[in-house]
Write a protein that binds this ligand. Structure first.
Ligand SMILES: O=C(O)CCC(=O)C(=O)O
Ligand SMILES: [Fe+2]
Length: 722
């Protein structure tokens, strides 16, 4: 019906006689520019064709009226392709239009930390690698798997899709083939990777096959994963948990290098389809020449061919967690912090935070929650001051100790740790998992935002600034935020903070475990928030039930998100939602809905200039503080309850001793060194100097600092959005 209307409307309007809209000639009909150009260039003076992503039409532009008119006359109703029956024919319907959109060019934006090195191997090596794969795939053994969507073969270590992990104690007979050593050494020499890989996965994709969106298992592989594309180019989709989506073309013989944010935060996957939307220039280069005179630009479709990828990774040998059925998730402390350095880039910062913030909170969640049960009095004052029915977000809510104080507010908590979010949720609070540097909430949606003891876990100045910008972004105009960060100065005006306590108290707390770091256990808590009894605290089983429930929701989301069922869902990035879907940013959460390109673009350009500023600033302050020039500074481990000696440091957390599980004692008798290290963790902190938080906030766009104060060893600001 629609097409019929268009057909009868194919009348030349005055002034619009050079541009044709071609219905059923779009990328979404599986039509490429290369297919249309020979057809439309018959009528001479063809200027170009504009194809739009995911549209079932395109625009054909001529430089003169008569060519366009002739094309319309001859090609309106043209059967481009015949289907099995006439109803499946692809028939072109043409009409004149006044304007064509300007040509859409592919985006060259890439997730931070992702690099594509073109022509990394020669055609000869490419062929040799494909031949090797063909030979090896014939011999079906345990290293070879035929997945639902592709064939896979492992070397060095088998990646077990059932558990999403490798068994470090069970290496495969065949290591990385010799033929790969030359180019891997080159990758190392060029600084593309920092270690020599010991695990290889070969994937073989026929046209129409793909790999589900996933993050390569964090605990299993080190940072720096490289993948060689052979036989055919392909488009890989990268998705950020905040909803951003970037399609990246991996040309034949190119090496994709995934590090930092692109490796740890973004998921990657290949949508199973038979063709990809690519830049017409690339498409033209790939395919044989079509001998057409018209210039090719914008987008087109490129048919996929069989693609083989060699993905090289370095297995993490020393594991933080004992993985066995009896004590799954029983943490044994984090890795030796000997190799933790003050990060110099955001990529390094993300890797550090993963290990010394995010993972630690996941592992200590239950114990940590047991030590956090009342909000600070001045935080409570702030909450109680808010008008009734205000909408409050507690960013980095932990177990939810700041929620529920003012019953007249609508509240939602978010935390990066899914274990803490689950605990918070189990206490009856609306909760979601969210990263403070890209919060899953709509811009301008909250009257009040709390951000207590969060920003100091960001490991670079730029990331601290980014997190503060997010707090302001989600506030409505006139809305207020309260931000607390841990202070370098634990003694002010000759008064010691409660954190610096007597050695007797220190001794006692060391025995009890934890650190009571940024929170006092004093009795000066406001009465409106009764301390929770131990009976109210979660038991281990309750905790895991909650987690399962939230995972159920995640699964639901992924059903919507992924176009097909996953065969090896090693996806780590997760997102739980509460019922407050209307607040949660449909543009930035998950990839369920399309992102607003405009907003992302605006923010990218803004954050780029901010980033520049901040880095300039950071180098200034380094110079002032006399930090080393080139040598990266090792992070010192702080001694609890003492004055801070550095701004960037690791703060120990001692898990309360638990009875030793049978499997742990087996490990001990087997001489497992890790098991003896017990349950000591280290969290990264950047403690703020006087004035540092306020100065940073003053640089934020659209907000003003209403109040700035010191409270029990913390620097605090109240911000108002302008
Ligand atoms: O085929 C590729 O390039 C990527 C494969 C991949 O992501 C994986 O095996 O984890
Ligand atoms: Fe992967």
């Amino acid at each position: 019906m629609w097409l019929y209307v268009l057909k009868t409307a194919a009348i030349r309007a005055s002034g619009c006689d050079r541009i044709l809209c071609v219905q059923n000639g779009g990328l979404d009909n599986g039509v490429s520019q290369e297919e249309l150009i020979p057809l439309f260039s018959k009528f001479s003076n063809l200027e170009g064709i504009v194809m739009l992503p995911h549209k079932q039409y395109c625009f054909v532009c001529y430089s003169d009226t008569s060519s366009a008119a002739l094309a319309l006359e001859k090609l309106n109703g043209f059967v481009l392709r015949k289907g099995r029956d006439p109803s499946q024919n692809v028939i072109l319907y043409l009409c004149f239009v006044e304007k064509a959109p300007s040509s859409v060019s592919p985006s060259y934006e890439r997730p931070p930390g992702l690099d594509i090195v073109e022509d990394f191997v020669s055609e000869k090596t490419e062929q040799a690698l494909i031949d090797l794969m063909d030979m090896d795939l014939e011999s079906t053994n345990k290293e070879t798997a035929v997945m639902k969507h592709r064939k896979v073969k492992h070397y060095g270590f088998e990646f077990k899709y059932g558990i999403n992990d490798v068994d470090v104690k069970d290496p495969l007979k065949k290591g990385i083939p010799d033929i790969c050593h030359g180019f891997l050494n080159e990758a190392k020499e060029r600084g593309l990777i920092h270690h020599f890989p010991d695990q290889l996965t070969i994937n073989c994709y026929e046209p129409g096959q793909g790999i589900p969106a996933h993050v390569d298992t964090l605990e299993a592989f080190e940072d720096g994963i490289v993948s060689l594309s052979l036989g055919s180019q392909i488009v890989m989709d990268f998705r950020h948990p905040d909803g951003r989506h970037v399609s990246v073309l991996l040309p034949r013989r190119s090496l994709m290098v995934m590090k930092g944010e692109s490796r740890y935060v973004w998921s990657h996957g290949i949508t199973p389809r038979k063709s990809d939307i690519v830049s017409a220039e690339t498409g033209n280069k790939e395919s044989d020449s079509n001998g057409c005179a018209a210039s090719i630009g914008g987008l087109t479709l490129q048919a996929r061919r069989r693609r083989v990828s060699y993905t090289f990774r370095k297995v993490v040998m020393e594991r933080d967690v004992i993985k066995c059925d009896k004590c799954k998730g029983n943490a044994i402390g984090d890795r030796d912090p000997e190799d933790a350095f003050v990060p110099q880039t955001d990529e390094e910062a993300i890797a550090l935070e993963r290990r010394h913030v995010n993972k630690v909170y996941e592992d200590i969640a239950e114990h940590f929650s047991g030590t956090r049960y009342k909000p600070w009095p001045r935080v409570v004052d702030f909450i109680m001051d808010q008008p009734s029915f205000s909408l409050l977000a507690d960013v980095g809510c932990g177990n939810g100790k700041c929620l529920g104080a003012n019953k007249d507010l609508y509240e939602i908590g978010s935390d990066f740790s899914s274990n803490l979010a689950a605990i918070c949720h189990s206490r009856g609070f609306e909760t979601c998992v969210g990263d403070v540097t890209c919060l899953p909430f709509r811009t301008g949606s909250f009257d009040v935002v709390l951000c207590i003891a969060v920003i100091h876990h960001m490991a670079t100045k730029h990331r601290r600034y980014k997190a503060l910008s997010e707090v302001v972004r989600i506030l409505r105009k006139g809305g207020r935020a309260l931000v607390y960060v841990w202070a370098m100065e634990q003694e002010l005006n000759k008064t010691k903070s409660k954190y610096i306590k007597s050695s007797r108290q220190q001794k006692q707390e060391n025995q009890e475990g934890g650190d009571a770091v940024d929170e006092t256990s004093s009795n000066d808590c406001v009465a409106s928030r009764p301390a929770r009894s131990s009976a109210e605290r979660l038991t281990c089983e309750q905790n895991s039930t909650v987690k399962q429930e939230s995972e159920g929701r995640i699964a639901d989301h992924s059903v919507i998100e992924s176009a097909y069922a996953s065969d090896d869902k090693s996806c780590v990035s997760e997102f739980t939602t509460s019922q407050s879907d209307n607040i949660i940013d449909s543009e930035t959460c998950g990839s369920v809905k399309q992102i607003s390109v405009q907003r992302v673009k605006d923010e990218t350009s803004k954050s780029k200039s901010d980033q520049q500023d901040i880095f300039n600033d950071a180098s200034k302050s380094y110079a002032l503080e006399g930090s080393p020039d080139l040598d990266q500074k090792k992070l010192t481990v702080h001694v609890n309850r003492t004055q801070f000696k550095d701004q960037d440091l690791l703060v120990p957390w001692q898990l309360k001793a638990k009875p030793i599980a049978p499997c742990e004692s087996e490990n001990k008798t087997a001489g497992n060194e890790n098991a003896n290290k017990g349950d000591l963790f280290h969290r990264f902190y950047h403690v703020f100097r006087q004035g540092e938080l306020e100065a940073m906030c003053k640089r934020l766009a659209d907000c003003t600092v209403k109040k700035s104060y010191y409270d029990q060893g913390n620097w605090c600001v109240v911000l108002e959005k302008l």
